[in-house]
Design a protein around this ligand. Sequence first.
Ligand SMILES: Cc1cc2nc3c(=O)[nH]c(=O)nc-3n(C[C@H](O)[C@H](O)[C@H](O)COP(=O)(O)OP(=O)(O)OC[C@H]3O[C@@H](n4cnc5c(N)ncnc54)[C@H](O)[C@@H]3O)c2cc1C
Length: 387
Amino acid sequence: MDNYDVIVVGSGLLGLSTAYNAQKAGARVAVIDRGATAYEASSRATGYLSLRADDPDEAPLAEMAEKLWDSLDQELGYPTEWTQKGRLWVAFSDKQVDELRETLKAFQRADFGFEMIDADSCRKLIPILSNETRAGIYTPRSGHANPQRVSQAYAWAFQDVGGIILEHMPVYSVIEEAGKVKGVNTANGKIFAERVVLCAGGFNANLLQPFGVQFPVASVRLEALVTTPLPPMFEVGFIGLNGLSIRQTKRGNLHANGGPHEWVDVDADHEPAKPNTPIVRNLVRRMIEAFPVAAGAQLLRTWAGVLDITRDQKTIIHRFDNPEGLSVAAGAGHGFGMAPAIGIAMAELALKGTTSAPIGRLGLERFADISPNWKTEKQWNAGSYNT
Ligand SMILES: Cc1cc2nc3c(=O)[nH]c(=O)nc-3n(C[C@H](O)[C@H](O)[C@H](O)COP(=O)(O)OP(=O)(O)OC[C@H]3O[C@@H](n4cnc5c(N)ncnc54)[C@H](O)[C@@H]3O)c2cc1C
């Protein structure tokens, strides 16, 4: 049976980025996925980098990711459509202006250049904004990329350096002997490696359960759409009206996803169904309220995807002492933008046991006292996430 230095479970961007960096460092790496390569959250994302300025634990890692995005096309050898023209949160009522002022206080905890700007300045950045625009929070930093291109770029780059991707092969469990990882049990039999990195989104919880680990991730479904291409109008990433996110792609499509209040809890035990629902209509209505010109566009495609929200909405990056050789990562709803940095951290942790990446307090130690009923106790509500 096959033998590798590292097995990565999950071919989303966290898995592919980890695998690419580990293979590049000289390890023999196999990525195993129960479906097709990067067919889940990573290619369904909207494509923003969230700077996480309100969180001192995550801001340094986001800053590392921002630098990596800048040269990712050259690093991987394929285009990602990374565009760094900043991000704009827009208020369309006095109440929303007050909310933005509170948000700004949190965002200014890190020095990412966030500032409040008036309606005219907002319209200089996005000329098609509605006449109801009152004010915005802007940072020239942050950016967005094309999730399908990024997923493809990482998969190809990993294969270019000799990595192996095994598709349509569910991983059932991690094999452990005498406190050390030995490989994984898959639908096609055992595959061996002394290092296993779990990047399986919500399913990480199931793979960790036999080791007595409570993995505090809640899976939620959200919906997204792209319109037919429109003329180029803006490059900044837009957030407004109940968390609605809209970017304009390089070809001109408006690419949007809904806000947290539209997220729906799902069970990640099996691959959850991802239907579109009337939520898409809400998305379209809010998009037209923000950008009246969008009323002239047609919907090209709609879809849904499953996010991996952690209990405190922060990334998880963790290496276990027992069993030796096991590590796990989860993106906490903003894993797309963080993936270049998370992959470097995970590859170093798996191969060397330590990392130079600023992962601070992102390990599972922070959940040491978590109870199996954390969702009930926390009065978990998918919609309370802070975009
Ligand atoms: C609509 C939408 C919009 C989003 N927008 C953004 C955004 O703008 N910016 C941002 O930063 N983030 C965004 N996200 C979140 C981001 O996509 C995720 O945080 C990130 O993609 C997580 O990457 P991942 O590799 O951990 O998970 P995934 O991409 O979901 O990959 C996990 C993989 O594990 C595989 N797997 C699961 N169980 C098993 C098993 N037992 N055996 C083998 N394989 C298994 C799955 O098939 C899947 O391919 C968005 C997500 C969605 C759905």
